[in-house]
Design a protein around this ligand. Structure first.
Ligand SMILES: *Cc1c(COP(=O)(O)O)cnc(C)c1O
Length: 369
């Protein structure tokens, strides 16, 4: 390998996942969420693949992300989900991003800066962005509709518990949203109602409305954090490294900082050049598996910044240079991002977002899995 560790991103999978989600929400426009460098997959190639798969528009969180899409020549509508500082707002508008607003003062700022397209956000229970007060949100929508150069494009909210199929708060939020947005639609017939992230899109067709905003599912990650195959999704990212060193390990000998692994019997250890400096987190110490020559092997010892050690078993004859799969499938075996997330006590989103810039992303068009 030309690099220590590599994330291979299958753009064909991104395209197919997008098409699968679009088919699951046939009456809704699809807005592909590509924030945070497309959840670590690489924003620009992913954005193009999602558009090829049927996304009508893209969503990001920062003005810088919107500007980067434009700089790459991507012309599709871009929805900006985040709050914008006074410094960011003109950058976002210059990138022709559609802005999320919930204060009349922001609408006035947009108008003063020459206008733009806005979506009004009601906080139905997430407790982050948006106003909790439906009357205020109604006034902001009216201000947007009336302001010179400002176009009221959407009415939106965001679910706090869409990924928990049993949580009744999802329905509470949907009802609060529709109670607010449906009457406004009567007033502003062209406005788009949107609320659904990946989990909501998949679990509740009634929440799909005029537009859906899937992120995680585009990447073939399961929004319910179990198994993407259950939702017809294909993981797009594979993480590989290689065996940099192989050495015998006698009983009583150890590997790694703090001697967190001490061999109980004769075995063979492989050193693999990926560590928490690459985003392979230290919480995986003695707590992960990799695939080498199609076999599952345990990560043993402490995850270092730059390397891990893997127990190959006694008498193993693995060559230096052999491929090590940290996320992905080989033969009948697979290691899901969801499995790694569970070991870390986190969610799949954080695992791919956490892969650092030291891991190059390589793009291909793998065949359907
Ligand atoms: C990140 C985000 C999404 C996408 O959520 P997923 O769970 O990744 O599908 C949708 N809407 C908003 C407002 C978001 O911040």
């Amino acid at each position: 390998m030309a690099v220590r560790a590599l994330a291979r991103v299958n753009l064909g999978a991104i395209e197919r996942n997008t098409a699968r989600l679009a088919a699951a929400a046939p009456r809704s426009a699809l807005c592909a969420v590509v924030k945070a460098d497309a959840y670590g997959h690489g924003m620009i190639p992913v954005a193009r693949a999602a558009l090829a798969g049927g996304a009508a528009q893209l969503a990001v969180v920062s003005a810088g992300e919107a500007a980067a899409l434009r700089a790459a020549g991507i012309d599709a509508p871009v929805l900006l989900l985040g709050p914008l500082s006074d410094e960011e707002l003109p950058i976002a508008l210059a990138a022709r991003a559609e802005i999320t607003v919930w204060r009349a003062s922001t609408v006035a700022q947009v108008a003063a800066l020459g206008g733009g397209r806005v979506h009004v956000k009601l906080d139905t229970g997430m407790g982050r962005l948006g106003t909790r007060d439906p009357d205020e949100a109604r006034r902001v929508a009216a201000a947007a509709a009336a302001a010179d150069g400002v176009e009221l494009v959407g009415l939106m909210t965001h679910f706090a518990t869409a990924d928990d199929r049993d949580d009744p708060f999802f329905d509470v939020q949907l009802e609060r949203f529709l109670d607010w947005a449906e009457p406004l639609r009567a007033e502003y017939p062209n406005v788009l109602l949107h609320a659904a992230n990946s989990a909501a899109l998949l679990r509740a067709p009634r929440a799909q409305l005029d537009m859906v905003r899937p992120g995680v599912a585009i990447y073939g990650l399961d929004p319910f954090d179990v198994d993407p195959a259950a939702e017809g999704l294909e993981p797009a990212l594979e993480l590989v490294s290689y065996v940099a060193e192989v050495k015998p390990c006698a009983p009583g000998e150890s590997a790694g900082y703090g001697r967190q692994f001490i061999a109980q019997r004769p075995t063979t250890l492989a050193t693999v050049p990926i560590g928490y400096g690459d985003g392979w987190r230290r919480g995986l110490t003695n707590n992960a598996e990799v695939l080498i020559e199609g076999l599952r092997r345990p990560l043993v010892g402490t995850v270092s910044m730059d390397s891990i050690t893997v127990d190959l078993g006694a008498g193993a004859s693995v060559s230096i240079g052999a491929e090590v799969v940290l996320l992905g499938r080989r033969g009948g075996e697979r290691i899901l991002t969801e499995d790694v997330a569970q070991r870390l006590g986190t969610i799949n989103y954080e695992v791919t977002c956490g892969l650092t810039a030291r891991v190059p992303r390589e793009y291909g068009e793998g065949a359907a899995a």
